[in-house]
Design a protein. Structure first.
Length: 630
């Protein structure tokens, strides 16, 4: 196993000894190829270590792992631990992976009859262990058998040894009236498999599979659809092989046209399936069968051309990959290095779309500048930011494709214009909290939420992103403290709370928990629906309320912002220090730490001069001069 994801030997030992041990390596590789960050995979392994310990304690085998056991695991886990926002997503990903690889199948629906439920479980295990069918086929057969058993034994005991041919025929006739001939034949196939299973287990004495009738389906009733040879050639000639996408598509079409492969067989081809020395390609078909086919010269040339001149460098062994693989790898690397990438994840996919539209095989400086400056609705400083994102991405791409051009620094020498801060007065804060407390909603929770949110921003100077990310575990009302985790610059900090703030938060929790006794979200601040608040909704509500109290005009697109609460907090803190006669220079690092800044110089951004602050600073300066003269 990769030690990068398993720094704790105890976690590694738990995983290796548990029922998931044989699949952890492949699952980690799957997550890594999907672009998940290192810290996400590390947390996933810790969660899976707890899951595998629980499975051993409860004697749950891996083939029985499904949604119901997972829910039971979470119920017991959350009795002692707080929920994590990624918990369920991680185990959903695990179940999806295990089903995709055929280790487990889709869970059957729980029925009210325990005997029927037990029989379905036994039949499912038979299909997995002895028939080795695909998960989708197993799921189809289980649905058919459940429907049949409920049809025959919904109101009477399950006595399969007394099952009669008329009962089977009656069920099949009913299905034939509702479904097409093809689907009815699929139902018949599922029942035949079930009756053979019953005969093998000794439940029935005769082979009832012979009694299952299916409708006639004349194969020649309609002519098969096909493409004429001339149309196939025209399709192949229409592909532009001058681009990586075109070379990939041409190779795919060659496999479909010359070898008659299914689309799924083409998508699942790996580099190991092609034997170039012997000119043989191995194809995985239905039922897990593998066939070896000769590789025609023109097909081999198309694949080789794509592999050499079109396929991006990546860790996956699949032959055909999306051309955005470098973007996923770039995000994975940067996230692992601790970068947030909120802007990059939003903008760089647009840049890739632009490159594809321009039919560019690699990044050039001209194309980067053209994309960065194509929007005329943003400030030039935004152009510079867009180009900066492309520049960092280009450095990454240059290690894969040496043709990549890296845009020079200061090619767009524009800098952001600092928005004029607004220092809220005490009266304006009171007016805002008053109108927030009057917001209408069916439950009344909305008014409590926004009054508490705006008040907390004013008294703590938090960023709005930090506030909406607060979880219940981060708010310790009894100890009067907030924990701000992994925020800007990757810093975390602890904030003490004033007793009045402590009381207001306590009242909000009582109102929230009364409305949602079973929380829908681990977030501390929730919306009317119980979901966690999002920044854009808070900003939109603030703009609406600020217009209502006159902070903004009705049609103004700019005005006081939520971020100005941080300016006010910083200025008010300095005013108190000056008024108390404290040494401001000595205490300034404390304010910097409280606001979550990396260095003290970042705090000066918020220290906008106000008349009161200027007057106090001037008095302090004059007092110092007088003391020196004396």
């Amino acid at each position: 196993m990769n030690k990068l994801y398993f720094p704790n030997p105890i976690i590694l030992q738990c995983l290796q000894a548990g029922p998931l041990g044989g699949h952890i390596d492949a699952f980690v590789k799957h997550l890594s190829n999907e672009g998940y960050a290192v810290w996400t995979i590390k947390y996933s392994m810790r969660l899976l270590a707890d899951l595998t310990t629980w499975m051993q304690q409860q004697q749950v085998v891996i083939t029985a792992l499904a949604e119901q056991p997972v829910n039971t695991f979470f119920q017991q886990r959350y009795q002692t631990l707080l929920p994590h926002r990624d918990d369920r997503a991680i185990l959903v990903k695990l179940l999806t992976y295990l089903r995709m690889t055929g280790i487990i199948v889709e869970p059957i629906k729980v029925v009210n009859n325990p005997a029927i439920d037990y029989m379905l479980q036994e039949f499912q295990q038979h299909l997995i262990d002895q028939r080795n069918l695909a998960p989708i086929t197993i799921q189809t057969y289980l649905g058919t058998v459940e429907h049949f058993l409920m049809h025959c034994y919904a109101v009477k005991p399950l006595t399969l040894d007394t099952l009669t041919v008329p009962e089977i025929t009656d069920f099949m006739l009913q299905q034939a009236r509702h479904y097409s001939a093809g689907h009815t034949q699929l139902i018949a196939s599922g029942l035949r498999n079930f009756f053979r299973f019953l005969l093998q287990q000794g439940v029935t004495k005769i082979n009832l599979a012979q009694c299952v009738l299916a409708p006639a389906r004349r194969q020649l009733s309609t002519l098969p659809k096909f493409m004429k040879a001339d149309d196939v050639e025209l399709l192949l000639q229409s592909v532009d092989q001058q681009t990586p996408t075109g070379r990939r598509n041409f190779a795919i079409l060659q496999l479909l046209a010359r070898l008659g492969l299914r689309s799924g067989e083409v998508a699942s081809l790996t580099l190991d399936d092609i034997n170039w020395d012997e000119g043989i390609i191995t194809v995985g078909g239905k039922g897990g069968h593998k066939d070896q086919l000769p590789l025609p010269q023109e097909v081999g040339q198309a694949i080789a051309n794509y592999l050499c001149n079109g396929r991006p460098s990546c860790s996956t062994r699949h032959v055909f990959v999306r051309l955005r693989a470098p973007l996923r790898g770039y995000f994975s690397l940067r996230l692992a290095m601790g970068f947030k990438l909120s802007e990059a994840q939003r903008l760089l996919p647009r840049f890739i779309d632009f490159l594809e539209h321009q039919k560019a095989e690699f990044i050039t400086t001209d194309l980067a500048v053209k994309w960065a400056t194509e929007s005329h609705t943003v400030q030039p400083a935004e152009w510079a930011k867009y180009l900066s994102l492309v520049r960092v991405f280009s450095r990454f791409c240059s290690s894969i494709d040496p043709r990549t051009e890296i845009p020079p620094i200061r090619l767009l020498p524009f800098h952001p214009h600092r928005a004029s801060p607004y220092i809220y007065s005490d009266i304006e804060i009171k007016q805002l909290l008053q109108v927030a407390g009057q917001l209408p909603s069916p439950t009344g929770l909305r008014a409590h939420t926004y009054a508490t949110v705006f008040g907390l921003l004013a008294v703590t100077g938090m960023r709005i992103s930090e506030l909406v990310s607060l979880e219940n575990k981060d708010v310790n009302i009894d100890q009067a403290e907030l924990t701000i985790r992994d925020t800007k610059f990757g810093k975390s900090r602890w904030l003490p709370l004033h007793p009045t703030t402590q009381q207001i938060l306590h009242r909000y929790v009582l109102k929230r928990d009364h409305q949602y006794p079973i929380p829908y979200s681990p977030r501390f601040f929730v919306s009317e629906t119980g979901a966690g608040l999002v920044s854009c909704t808070v900003r939109a509500t603030f703009i609406k309320l600020s217009r209502k109290i006159g902070l903004r005009g009705i049609t103004d697109s700019h005005g006081p912002r939520l971020h100005d609460f941080r300016h006010r907090f910083a200025v008010q803190t300095l005013l108190r220090w000056y008024q108390d006669g404290a040494d401001v220079d000595q205490h300034l690092p404390e304010l910097s730490t409280y606001l979550g800044h990396v260095k003290v110089s970042d705090t000066y951004w918020y220290l906008t001069v106000t008349p009161e602050l200027l007057q106090l600073a001037l008095q302090r300066s004059e007092q110092g001069l007088q003391e020196e003269r004396a």
